[in-house]
Design a protein around this ligand. Structure first.
Ligand SMILES: O=P(O)(O)OC[C@H]1O[C@H](O[C@H]2O[C@H](CO)[C@@H](O)[C@H](O)[C@H]2O)[C@H](O)[C@@H](O)[C@@H]1O
Length: 290
């Protein structure tokens, strides 16, 4: 685990780098510095695709995952943006689709489980390999409930296609035990078919397939006019693939500090996300080409 509480996947030499890091990543500019470029891109586009992460972006990070909720300002700004005819609004979350859908109203598109399930036009598509491996996730979750039961505040979130082991409220001395037991269980029930990645004070157990939020975003974008400008706002390691999907023609906006990212702009908090979404709903949409 690093100083920011982010648990990175165990790096064997032949494994991909943690998804937050590539050698091309740089520190994003404060959003104000990128606003002229955002204005220009909007003026050259006929449509805006606004894709939003949930935890840490629309909703402040809290100790209890079930208690996460969008700030009232974000709730209102998302609904306003979603009502705009020239804007397609999507939430792309690491949570299960049914979970995140309950937490945010307005968008016409939702992706859950880091893009493994995608709801649009009234139907849900599930990645076929992830669907096949759901039984392994279920078995791993059952075993984790047993082996992590003695660890105070270790929490397992079974999301059917993936699972999250939360360590935010686990005593620091017990975190290595949680990580070791989780790896043992994933090896036993997942073999080569499951892997562990990182996030904010979590271990994400997921099918070992090259699919992430960026792939879901590309599927959504592919159905929109060519002159659509795409935007993605997110705060965590799994958001990096979505930043890469929108950059450099669109805009990735990191919610966080001055850390390297594939996003070109950054804001500090969900409150600043709301201000940007409000600006997009009031001013940004007016800039879109007729
Ligand atoms: O892609 P996201 O929508 O940001 O989802 C990523 C994970 O978010 C949740 O966990 C995080 O938020 C919790 C509530 O604030 C916090 O307690 C936890 O420490 C964070 O990692 C969610 O519970 C996970 O399922 C998502 O994968």
């Amino acid at each position: 685990m690093d100083a920011n509480g982010i648990i990175h996947r165990a790096d064997a030499d032949d494994r991909p780098r943690p998804r937050s890091m590539t050698t091309d990543d740089t520190v994003p500019d404060p959003l104000e510095e990128q606003l002229p470029a955002v204005r220009t891109a909007l003026a050259e586009a006929s449509r805006l695709l606004a894709c939003l992460d949930f935890d840490g972006t629309l909703a402040p990070i809290v100790d209890e995952p079930d208690a996460a909720a969008p700030t009232p300002a974000n709730e209102a700004a998302v609904e306003t943006l979603a009502d705009e005819p020239a804007v397609t609004t999507a939430v792309i979350s690491g949570r299960a689709l049914a979970d995140v859908r309950e937490r945010v109203d307005g968008p016409s598109i939702y992706a859950g489980n880091h893009g493994l399930e995608l709801e649009r036009r009234g139907s849900v598509a599930v990645h076929p390999v992830a669907r096949k491996r759901a039984t392994r996730i279920e078995r791993a979750c059952e075993a984790l409930e047993t082996v992590l039961e003695p660890i105070p505040n270790a929490r397992i979130e079974d999301k059917r296609l993936t699972a999250t082991v939360h360590v935010r409220s686990v005593p620091p001395a017990a975190e290595p035990v949680v990580e070791r037991r989780t790896r043992e269980i994933v090896d036993r029930f997942g073999g080569d078919e499951l892997e562990i990645s990182g996030g904010k004070q979590i271990l994400e157990i997921e099918p070992s397939i090259p699919w992430g939020k960026g792939n879901a975003l590309e599927l959504i974008d592919a159905e929109l006019p060519d002159d659509t400008v795409a935007l993605y706002i997110g705060d965590d390691t799994t958001d990096e693939s979505a930043f890469r999907a929108v950059e450099p023609d669109g805009f990735g906006v990191l919610v966080g500090d001055d850390e390297p990212s594939a996003a070109s702009a950054r804001v500090a908090s969900p409150a600043e996300v709301a201000s940007f979404l409000e600006w997009l709903g009031e001013t940004g949409v007016e800039l879109l080409a007729e």
